[in-house]
Design a protein around this ligand. Structure first.
Ligand code: AMP
Length: 580
């Protein structure tokens, strides 16, 4: 396809306000693209390379202005282009405002052009094809090392020099990833389905496993539905990460029979691809990708070493990389960031901050794609991929399997609270609640994964009682009874037991012990002196406590040393909050 034809179609699409018509124009473009279908399906979205491919053109706006200026003539400078951009506001309009062509120079040849036969705004050019543009951009991306920026500008100049105004408009936008003609991913998906008469959901599935609109379009056209359905995940080609929504324990237990509960690690998402090729010269290969499918293998040698030490079969694992201190305790997320995109001095950075991967999902194992399997099946598979080959798998405790995120299945809110408290105590962010039966939906922020929402409101309660703990907590007061003001009286609303670390319990015991008024076995009555700030998920009417209300999932937030019991919240406020 000639690039002029592509530019013409892009112009039609850009001018079209109606979504359905846009899909129809993209459909026609794909149907007419011939051997350039793959490239056209990406260019129309402003992409040069497939979404899974970390390759970038690595060319900044100023180099692009320079190339435009050179192609525009001897009396135009990059600064002029930038000034015009400031006036006009959009690079496509700027590029289209010059009269290109005829500029002789190295770039005119290295860009594959013939220089003097250049385009010109009046459409007298037009020998540039979509393929040539793509090939030149591929060479441009591949230019590395000293002098590479000059080479990139030369190549781009060669292209602009052969462009008509309209071609230049869309070339500039593609190069700067600013296509903006109203074609999103859904548009291309629907256009592929319409152009080649295949169902949208199957196109969608093929896109999810491949992340390559070009390849999916070509296969839909050449091999139809059968071809699309035969597309699978490939080790080494990243998949979009499934995302989580905020949610509560209440929602999770209402919607699902039981919840899969996991710790929420405070790190950065990673996808590990491991290919144990052992034939010929090639070595086993581990590659690591970020949440945005960017390759981060070189920055995270610990993850590569983990794969080499623990994996035997081919696998795609989804997880989190966490920074840890010398004792293995997690460090804040900012520490991981110091390592994540590091390109130089990785060994030195590694001495300062160590990272460790924890995996919670398995998308592919030993040739099997698992996206359509339920979460629990995928987790079982993850376990078997990670369990030491020499170990007796059944007798190994999940907690002893390195790199495996634990998963509990329960419908008991108290058990979920206990897992949450344990997660916080171990220094993690909290918990994730997942639908045990759900499939893996790449790129979706659906309801099947929920990160437990932090409490929106908190209330200040007077502590009126407590219980001595058991076992290692026998010397600590815990399970604190909470009350709100009701006129001159205090009425109880619940007990907060979880979400408190041992260290904090010791502190609270020291604070409350002097106020013990009476003791009966483990039960302790306290003088109403201390105020706690408490979070909760919901306020329910309940006969369990004297106020007639109960806090659902109360969580200790902190002591309010600045407040007296008289400043604690009242029953009226509780009533108001409940009715909100
Ligand atoms: P957020 O970044 O706040 O939207 O929370 C979702 C992120 O939590 C995911 O993208 C992961 O990077 C991270 N995460 C930590 N632990 C888990 C887990 N067990 N399951 C899923 N995601 C997790």
């Amino acid at each position: 396809m000639e690039f002029a034809t592509f530019a013409d179609r892009a112009g039609t699409i850009e001018a079209e306000p109606a979504d359905l018509e846009v899909i129809a124009h993209v459909r026609d473009l794909l149907a007419d693209a011939g051997s350039d279908l793959e490239v056209a399906a990406r260019f129309v979205q402003g992409r040069v390379f497939p979404a899974w491919d970390s390759t970038t053109l690595d060319i900044g706006p100023s180099a692009c202005y320079e190339a435009i200026a050179r192609a525009a003539g001897t009396n135009v400078s990059a600064d002029d282009v930038e000034d015009r951009l400031a006036e006009v506001g959009e690079i496509g309009d700027v590029a289209a405002s010059y009269d290109f062509g005829g500029q002789q120079g190295l770039g005119a040849f290295t860009g594959g052009g013939t220089g003097g036969t250049g385009g010109g705004s009046d459409g007298n050019g037009g020998d540039l094809t979509v393929r040539e543009v793509y090939k030149t951009l591929e060479d441009l991306a591949a230019a590395e090392g000293s002098g590479s920026q000059d080479r990139k500008v030369d190549l781009l100049f060669g292209l602009f020099n052969r462009c008509s105004s309209e071609e230049a408009r869309y070339l500039a936008r593609i190069v700067l990833s600013e296509m903006r003609i109203g074609v999103g991913e859904g548009t291309v998906r629907d256009a592929i389905a319409d152009a080649f008469d295949v169902p949208k959901d199957r196109v969608e599935r093929a896109l999810q496993v491949s992340n390559d609109y070009g390849q999916v379009a070509r296969i839909a056209r050449d091999d139809g539905l059968e071809g699309l359905d035969a597309m699978n995940l490939e080790v080494g080609r990243p998949v979009q990460a499934m995302l989580a929504q905020a949610g509560t324990v209440t929602d999770a237990l209402e919607e699902w029979d039981e919840a899969a509960v996991e710790w929420k690690y405070d790190g950065a998402r990673v996808q590990l691809h491991y290919d144990p090729v052992d034939s010929g010269e090639s070595m086993a290969e581990a590659r690591v990708f970020s949440r945005n499918m960017e390759e981060v293998t070189d920055a995270l040698p610990e993850v590569v070493e983990f794969a080499e030490a623990h994996l035997e079969e081919s696998a795609i694992l989804d997880g989190e990389v966490v920074a840890i201190d010398a004792e293995g305790a997690p460090l804040p997320f900012q520490e991981v960031l110091k390592r994540f995109r590091r390109k130089h001095d990785v060994a030195k950075a590694r001495e300062d901050v160590t990272v460790r991967p924890v995996f919670f999902d398995c998308l592919h194992a030993d040739g099997d794609d698992l996206l359509a399997e339920p979460l629990t099946t995928r987790h079982d598979r993850l376990r078997s991929v990670l369990v030491d080959a020499d170990a007796d798998a059944d007798s190994v405790d999940d907690g002893d399997i390195e790199g495996l995120s634990l998963l509990w299945r329960t419908d008991d809110p108290d058990e979920i609270e206990a897992i949450d408290a344990e997660a916080l105590e171990a220094g993690h962010e909290g918990i994730m609640l997942k639908n045990p039966g759900s499939t893996y939906s790449p790129g979706r922020r659906g309801k099947h994964w929920r990160k437990r929402k932090p409490d929106v409101e908190t209330i200040d309660c007077v502590v009126t009682g407590a219980e001595w703990g058991e076992g290692r907590r026998a010397t600590f007061l815990g399970t604190f009874e909470l009350a709100v003001r009701a006129g001159e009286d205090l009425e109880t609303v619940g007990k907060v037991a979880t979400g408190i670390t041992d260290e904090k319990l010791a502190e609270l015991t020291e604070l409350l012990e002097p106020h013990i008024a009476a003791e009966d076995g483990q039960e302790v009555e306290l003088e109403p002196e201390i105020v706690f700030e408490v979070g909760y998920e919901e306020i329910q009417s309940s006969p369990t406590y004297s106020s007639g209300y109960a806090l659902r999932f109360p969580r200790f937030v902190g002591v309010r040393p600045d407040k007296d019991p008289a400043d604690a919240d009242s029953l009226e406020r509780l009533e108001r909050l409940q009715s909100n």
